[in-house]
Design a protein around this ligand. Structure first.
Ligand code: U2F
Length: 445
């Protein structure tokens, strides 16, 4: 469906983790459907370089990248704290984006007609109101996790205080009776409630009811109860994903030869390992995981992003050179769709889970922070398409048991069946008459 409307959509991207990439994917889809719209994509230079080189969107010249200030003062010496660059960026907001909008208007010669932002950017509601334009927010994770931020006040007032509440469930929220307090992101009811990141998410939950629409990288059928509840609270909820199926990349690169290597293996015979774009497990956990793979003789493909830590595995890699392959980057979407992959050992980031569902591959989750523990709970207890590692960290015995469960036990067979059903629903959602496709068309009316 093509739309002839004209206008200028200014897009505000969050430059950390896998946030800017799905937003750019959505912009690519919108620009293909409405070629007369101009899109100004405001993001840091570093993140723009990364996403525009990785995501091959259809070229129609209507999407322009604009670099905004990353918040790092000149001469700043980093302490090594992993959240430092995020916090500097947050501190510089919203001025960074206000300046970026002015520049995008000046450069394009077009006033803004719509603001599209990462849902994190709660201040977009005020920016859009000042300009008299709609605000559309994109939530890049699961419907369940946005719901948590919509209910933060109720969660805080209902659950017992910090630290005492780990085992309590969220049975007072629609669709969340299986979620435990300990699954919630830091800053909701435990941890530092005043940290800049916690405050941003809290503000987001308060501001989203003002948004013209909330788009999600998800599909209706994944969780009707939570989605219906969100619909009762927000003006418009648009499940237009999963993006990896709705708008798969036009091409992919496989510089390390992952796919030919996978081709040499039998169906559902190996483990694929990757911990997303931010994390690497601790040296102890890496060793425990490696020992478990070796002891179980499970062939593995491991996307290992942190080159400074890979030497920790040197001896293991020497011993297992015929068993496994370690690469700095893999075409994960294609890897998870390969018939040889029998399990995905993951940090439970939302994009990884969506891609595992699309590939029909059960998961062993080792969640670290943010929405990941919640995602791990959904995987294990709600959808029953995987398992969390025992005790929340990789140990040799715990990982061996998890591998046994997925590869050999009846439970593993059930997980494969369940994820097959979810995969079918996800594919139906993005098919011509599917829920995600229909809702996308509705937006253009
Ligand atoms: C943050 O998650 P991450 O960026 O750490 O992880 P994912 O959401 O799982 O996304 C990783 C993406 O990187 C791709 C992979 C995913 O699309 O296919 N990738 C790849 O193609 N090849 C590789 O070798 C390695 C990765 C955050 F930490 C999470 O808590 C959130 O759930 C998530 C979404 O908001 O963002």
């Amino acid at each position: 469906m093509q739309v002839t409307k004209q206008g200028h959509v200014v897009v505000l991207a969050f430059p950390f983790g896998t946030h800017a990439a799905p937003l750019l994917t959505l912009v690519g889809r919108l620009s293909a459907a409405a070629p007369n719209l101009k899109f100004s994509f405001l993001n840091t230079a570093k993140s723009n370089e990364k996403v525009f080189s990785k995501i091959k969107i259809a070229e129609n010249g209507n999407i322009k990248a604009h670099n905004v200030y990353d918040g790092v003062p000149e001469g700043h010496v980093f302490s090594g704290h992993p959240l430092e660059s995020v916090e500097l960026f947050l501190k510089a907001m919203p001025e960074t984006f206000k300046n970026g909008v002015k520049e995008a208007v000046k450069e394009s010669g077009m006033k803004v007609t719509c603001l599209l932002s990462d849902a994190f950017f709660w201040f977009s509601g005020d920016m859009a109101a000042e300009m008299g334009v709609p605000w559309v927010a994109l939530w890049t994770a699961a419907p369940c996790s946005i719901s948590v931020h919509m209910y933060t006040d109720l969660i805080r007032s209902t659950l017992k205080g910090n630290g005492e509440n780990a085992g309590q469930t969220l049975k007072f929220i629609p669709g969340m009776s299986a979620i435990h307090a300990k699954d919630l992101p830091d800053g909701v009811c435990h941890g530092n409630l005043e940290a800049p990141f916690s405050c941003m998410l809290d503000n987001m939950g308060r501001m989203l009811p003002r948004a013209t629409a909330l788009a999600m990288n998800s599909f209706e059928e994944i969780d009707h109860t939570i989605i219906d509840d969100l619909k009762s609270k927000l003006k418009m909820v648009l499940n237009v994903g999963p993006f990896n199926l709705a708008s798969p990349p036009l091409s992919f690169s496989d510089e390390s030869g992952c796919i030919p290597w996978l081709d040499k293996h039998g169906a559902s015979s190996l483990a694929y390992l990757c911990f997303g774009s931010i994390l690497t497990p601790s040296p102890n956990e890496l060793m425990a995981l490696a020992e478990a793979l070796e002891a179980q003789k499970v062939p593995f493909l491991w996307s290992f992003r942190d080159s400074s830590k890979v030497q920790l595995l040197d001896k293991f890699l020497e011993r297992t050179s015929t068993l496994g392959k370690i690469v700095p980057w893999s075409p994960q979407l294609q890897v998870l769709e390969h018939a040889s992959v029998g399990v995905f050992i993951t940090h439970a980031g939302w994009n990884s889970i969506s891609e595992s569902i699309a590939g029909g591959v059960p998961m062993i989750c080792r969640p670290f922070f943010a929405d990941q523990p919640l995602n791990g709970r959904l995987v294990e207890d709600i959808w029953k398409i995987g398992v969390n590692v025992e005790g929340g960290v990789f140990t040799k015995c715990g990982t061996m048991r998890a591998l046994d469960l997925v590869f050999k036990a009846e439970q593993g067979k059930m997980m494969r069946e369940n994820i097959g059903i979810l995969k079918k629903k996800a594919k139906e959602a993005v098919a011509t008459d599917g829920s995600s496709t229909k809702i996308s068309k509705l937006c253009w009316r």
